[in-house]
Design a protein around this ligand. Structure first.
Ligand code: DQA
Length: 148
């Protein structure tokens, strides 16, 4: 059964709750992790929820995920706008990928309005706050259900 998903969070998302609440809301990383874990369980998904501030670690995580996971939700945070290495790694993950942003990157500074991964992922969610994670999990469950 295709039911194993990984959620990868990029730099500074460990400080959710502390950083720019006007953009990211007040939920903490741990609370978000808990909410995602509960939603996944409810939908019959096994979830790994991870975060790294280091580009190379995220590349390695994506590479390893090829074997262990059926779908990926990624908030690459600032690396979304800069990392060809993460884009290249994602292209090797031949399964559903959802790009996620808590804020609406297209309403923000010009440098955030370019995503290096949007054109290679299955779909994306942005600007809906932390609730976007829950929507992404629901969407991923549907994508995987259609594959079974
Ligand atoms: C973000 C948007 C990015 O531009 C920013 O660097 C982040 C978070 C978001 O979730 O809205 O760290 O990916």
């Amino acid at each position: 059964m295709n039911n194993k998903i990984i959620i990868i969070n990029g730099p500074n998302l460990n400080l959710l709750g502390e950083r720019e609440q006007s953009q990211y809301g007040s939920i903490t990383y741990d609370k978000l992790k808990g909410a995602c874990t509960n939603k996944s369980k409810e939908l019959g998904l096994e979830i790994e929820f991870t975060q790294s501030n280091i580009e190379g670690e995220i590349v390695e995580l994506i590479q390893k995920s090829r074997k262990n996971f059926d779908g990926m939700i990624i908030n690459a945070a600032a690396f979304t706008h800069t990392s060809v290495a993460i884009r290249d790694a994602l292209q090797l993950f031949k399964k559903p990928i959802i790009e996620l942003h808590i804020s609406n990157i297209y309403k923000r500074e010009e440098f955030r309005q370019k995503s290096l991964i949007s054109d290679i992922v299955t779909g994306g969610i942005f600007g809906l706050g932390a609730n976007g994670y829950i929507l992404a999990i629901i969407s991923m469950q549907k994508l995987l259900e259609n594959e079974n």
